[in-house]
Design a protein around this ligand. Sequence first.
Ligand code: SF4
Length: 467
Amino acid sequence: MGTTLAEKVWADHLVRKGSDGAPDLLYIDLMLMHEVTSPQAFEGLRLAGRKPRHLDQLIATEDHNTPTVDIDRPNPDKTSALQLSTLEKNCKEFGVRLHPLGDADQGIVHAFAPILGLTQPGMTIVCGDSHTSTHGAFGALAFGIGTSEVEHVMATQTLSLKPFKTMAINVNGTLPADATAKDVILAIIAKIGTGGGQGHVIEYRGEAIRNMTMDERMTVCNMSIEAGARAGMIAPDETTFEYLKGRPHAPEGELWDQAVAYWKTLKTDDDAVFDKVVDIDASEIGPFVTWGTNPGQGLPITANVPVPEDIADATKRAAAERALKYMDLKPGTPIKSIPVDTVFIGSCTNGRIDDLRAAAAIMKGHHKAKSIHRVLVVPASSRVRLQAEQEGLDRIFKDFGAEWRNAGCSMCLGMNPDKLVPGERSISTSNRNFEGRQGKGSRTHLASPQVAAATAIRGTISSPADL
Ligand code: SF4
């Protein structure tokens, strides 16, 4: 019987096969680090008197706690400032390469690494961060790990793990012109639920996935974790190789040819069997928006907010009642009639150059609606920011009335100065809409950059077709 892409990468990294139900020992090619989940790992090494085993396979950045304005001034938030200075101290002491705030390669951990060509097909990549699944867009087996595992990888460059189950999600056919990668993943999560991928590595397949750019593939893989999966993967192809060629850490010359020859072997065999298979018809996907407090509570933008009494399943009905109460929405309200206060375009899901180009194309020649308090456009990395400025996108955003910020996680989570105030409602291109995610009492609707931009123009949740 053939093997899946995930099983191939696993097999190629097997240091020792576990026997009698014991976990396997897996070699880890790359560990990405940031200020939030690394301090305990460094402290653990320090207490044990150990050094990192392979310094050149560790790399750190600053993202969660960084301010996105006045970055040359002292951080106004004492806790954030301490997190950042601790990372800087630790990286210096242990010799870990760090791209700190102000560095040209600083950015969200899942954005800066692909841009540098550090993320490559067939690698095992880990980070103390759940959205590490993003890197699976290159055909890497990439997943989030806990703090004690971060310490283990630093010390040994290996991880003890039981094999994941495998799941295929086939997005068959072509997408309508107004459907984006974000709509695809929101529609998938709405279909399979936030626990639908639990314990599995999802491999996204099918024509609609093959037609996506690397930025779009990263958007899809990024949110695998929101379906409960351990990782998401897409088999590498010419789109992947073209993206990587010439990047600072990509192989060169003969090594490039050798690498591509290996990368071309990284695909699921025709006779491989997945533990689970889900089929999606791409032609049925359109702009999608969440109405509730988890990423699975989403609907096409043309729908109405659910009426709990119409939901047969008691658990889902109770969840909908609670979500509607928190979101301050009346059952049956048309999604397109919901007014928002703030628009956030950014995050490791949708803060890449393709996303900024898409938002700018819609905003160009318009101004934000008077009812919108603020529009934040936050590039996922400093390189994305530079690229956008070279293309003049920053001018379009500023003319529109948006705030053009420095790179970081920003309003994706309430861990830095970019927060919503209690009761404030946002449309956000990020990946989580949990209660309080964007600040205490915040209300979040997840959507694509295109829907966020159209909403900023009209003031109520809108798609570009409404303009
Ligand atoms: S942008 Fe959001 S989801 Fe992504 S790494 Fe930062 S906090 Fe996590």
